[in-house]
Design a protein around this ligand. Sequence first.
Ligand code: URA
Length: 278
Amino acid sequence: MLATPSRSALLDALAWQVEVGATDAISDHPLDRYALPDRAPWLPAQATPTAPAGRQAPAREAAPPLPPAPPAPPAPNVDAVAEAEAAAGAAQTLEDLRAAMEAFPHCPLRQGARQLVFADGRPGSRAMIVGEAPGREEDEKGLPFVGRAGRLLDAMFAPVGLSRTAPDPERALYITNILPWRPPQNRDPKPDEIAMMKPFLARHVELAQPDLLIAMGNISCQALLGRRGITRLRGTWTEALGLPCLPMFHPAYLLRNPAAKREAWADVLEVAARLESP
Ligand code: URA
């Protein structure tokens, strides 16, 4: 029988996990992968083999409750984009839309994420920012752009009086992402993931009713404009989902390339000027 590991052995095991790069627990409950089920799961109940007399296994403690089961895996022949269009189109309010996204089973990213990250700021703001996907802190808090990149985003718009907490829709920002679930290891979203979540984004924009969009970074440009190449695209107004749209460098890019902040500042001024104009 395995001895219960000591506290210091558990701490050493945890330190090792951190050292090899584990950043998240994938479940809230420990799972004993060595525990044997009472019967092989592939056998029908009546076929459960019994241990020969004298070789009965010792009684086990009741297993801890399992974490909630993940949503059923998508059926193989489902048209996920068509299902997303139907679910998004039926949403009459932002709360409906959030619920429809929570119930949408087809995006594989949801399996690895802690929660759906829907939006932050004030719906009805004139400016709506569309980022890429939640990172670790966003996944923990359930809000977009709350990590380092988010703090830079707030700091970029504050000098022109725009913020996600402003009560006045003229000065407020509304913020969401192309994808509402954190991709594993923050990898780039795949084209099929973007395609199946885009109908929800389009409905999100319709329901939030901004006057203009700000596409943050390449993934956002890919999803909204069908084009990448943020260095060329940034700073020039274009159109997405029927609205004026300004591509900008993603704040995470600016953290890695501070020299690009000069252009990002020019783009912030451009947004502010557009909002000032009648
Ligand atoms: N990067 C994004 O694109 N979105 C977030 O919410 C956080 C980081």
